[in-house]
Design a protein around this ligand. Structure first.
Ligand code: GDP
Length: 248
């Protein structure tokens, strides 16, 4: 079992392949658990979602923030969660993908940064902004609460259909990222890694980082380069979301 270090990315970060619990390994071997393999209700089919302007995000709106599982909205339909180490670029990625500049600012409102923030897409589909984590000197009680909140979310949320893990292309696969990957795998939840801030590195360095990440995560996740600033990879991310939410 991986432990998140004090600041979420100890010296072991990116040092070797991700080590899995037996539960996570069994998911790889047997495929995703059937609890997420349900037939979506209703003829909700869209094709145009490029640029974030199509029907996929047309009706997106802030729904609710929760401090514990009791505050989560009804567990029906499908949702995709976004996770990322603090400052990795998660809010910027959500804003770029949905083409809503202020959307994830909602999650940054004082008092909401440690909450699970839900956004409604309509037709029982949701995006979920999970609280960032990883700054040094976080009080133990805050870290413990975060861990409990994440565990209850990943273990209990039947509508969780996918995880987008936002990592800085220059510092991917911190211990925190590995912990998220493990929770997602244990929950049978497909994961897409966005290696963001790709505009900050050369094309060659970005490609090298992507290759390295893919080698490390193997079958645990798919990965792509992303830049919230330039829009690089945004359409690929939208395609993945549409498929995972079953609205492509
Ligand atoms: P969060 O804490 O993970 O939600 O991170 P933010 O989205 O607030 O981003 C943290 C910082 O990184 C901010 O100063 C952003 O402007 C910057 N940032 C985020 N994404 C990118 C990107 O793709 N390229 C560049 N150059 N800066 C980015």
């Amino acid at each position: 079992m991986l432990n998140v270090g004090k600041d979420g990315d100890g010296p072991a970060a990116a040092a070797g392949p991700v080590v899995l619990t037996s539960a996570a390994r069994s998911v790889i071997i047997t495929g995703a658990p059937t609890r997420r393999d349900f037939t979506p209700h209703g003829p909700f089919r869209v094709t145009a979602h490029r640029d974030g302007r199509g029907p996929l995000f047309a009706n997106i709106r802030y729904l609710v923030s929760a401090n514990d599982a009791a505050g989560f909205p009804p567990d029906s339909g499908r949702e995709v969660a976004f996770a990322g180490r603090s400052n990795a670029g998660k809010s910027s990625a959500i804003n770029r993908i949905t083409n809503r500049k202020g959307l994830a600012r909602t999650s940054k409102t004082p008092g909401r940064t440690q909450l699970v923030n839900f956004f409604d897409l309509g037709n029982d589909r949701r995006l979920v902004d999970l609280p960032g984590y990883g700054f040094a000197r976080v009080p133990d009680r805050v870290r413990d609460h975060w861990r409990g909140l994440m565990q209850s979310y990943f273990e209990g949320r039947m509508s969780l259909a996918g995880l987008v893990l936002v990592v800085d292309v220059r510092r991917p696969l911190t211990d925190f990222d590995k912990q998220m990957l493990e929770w997602a795998l244990s929950a049978g939840c497909p994961t897409r890694m966005l290696l963001t801030k790709a505009d900050k590195v050369s094309r060659g360095a970005g490609a090298a980082s992507l290759t390295k990440v893919r080698r490390h995560v193997g079958a645990m996740a798919s990965a792509q380069l992303f830049s919230a600033l330039k829009g690089t990879g945004a359409d690929d991310a939208r395609e993945w979301l549409a498929q995972t939410l079953d609205i492509s």
